[in-house]
Design a binder for this molecule. Structure first.
Ligand SMILES: N[C@@H](CCC(=O)N[C@@H](CS)C(=O)NCC(=O)O)C(=O)O
Length: 192
């Protein structure tokens, strides 16, 4: 079986959670960084990008688009997507929360400078008062992981969201010890 091949820019963006997930699943992968317009146009011409967007991952004979679809396929295949449909629903719920937190951070570089400061304040507030308390509570209830007392794709989405927020506020985890423990564990186990 050939290695999955990841098509994206040479940056974290929407691909980084997929990279974390593959690392956690112990799957080696290849990457093609899109650095020129020609590379992107060739993929378009070959019909490789369903919605003319990346991330795209070639895996098991498919050219998969849409970050969530890619994550969920890999997670289901490697037993990181819960043991039943209830756990799966909870995993989706936490993973979506982490993504909602990540979206405004991904948009930051494209904002006009006048909006950057308010964007920063909004992200920090939402992380501290809305999302991180919810994740911290789940981690306490579920013995260190978000769902089912074991690692799932939700934890890997959460990890990337936390790392992004920490770039904005390096001390933000001081009030969230369980989040700190989980992120330390994951970055130690799956160094990039
Ligand atoms: N819903 C898609 C969105 C993908 C997306 O917005 N990709 C951006 C790069 S991060 C892109 O390819 N933009 C080019 C375009 O939309 O034309 C996903 O989550 O994968």
């Amino acid at each position: 079986m050939s290695k999955p091949k990841l098509y994206y820019f040479n940056g974290r963006g929407k691909m980084e959670s997929i990279r974390w997930l593959l690392a956690a699943a112990g799957i080696e992968f290849e990457e093609e960084y899109l650095e020129t317009r020609e590379q992107y146009e060739k993929l378009l011409k070959d019909g490789a990008l369903l919605y003319e967007q990346v991330p795209m991952v070639e895996i098991d004979g498919m050219k998969l688009a849409q970050t969530n679809a890619i994550m969920n396929y890999i997670a289901a295949k490697h037993n990181l997507y819960g043991k039943d449909i209830q756990e799966r629903a909870l995993i989706d719920m936490y993973a979506e929360g982490a993504r909602d937190l990540m979206v405004p951070m991904m948009h930051r570089p494209f904002l006009p400078s006048a909006e950057k400061e308010s964007n920063l304040t909004m992200i920090k507030n939402k992380a501290k008062n809305r999302y991180f308390p919810a994740f911290e509570k789940a981690l306490i209830q579920q013995s260190g992981f978000l769902v089912g007392n074991q690692l799932s794709v939700a934890d890997l989405n959460l990890l990337e969201a936390v790392l992004m927020v920490e770039e904005i506020d390096p001390h933000i985890l001081s009030e969230f010890p369980e989040l700190q423990i989980l992120c330390d564990l994951l970055t130690t186990c799956f160094p990039t």
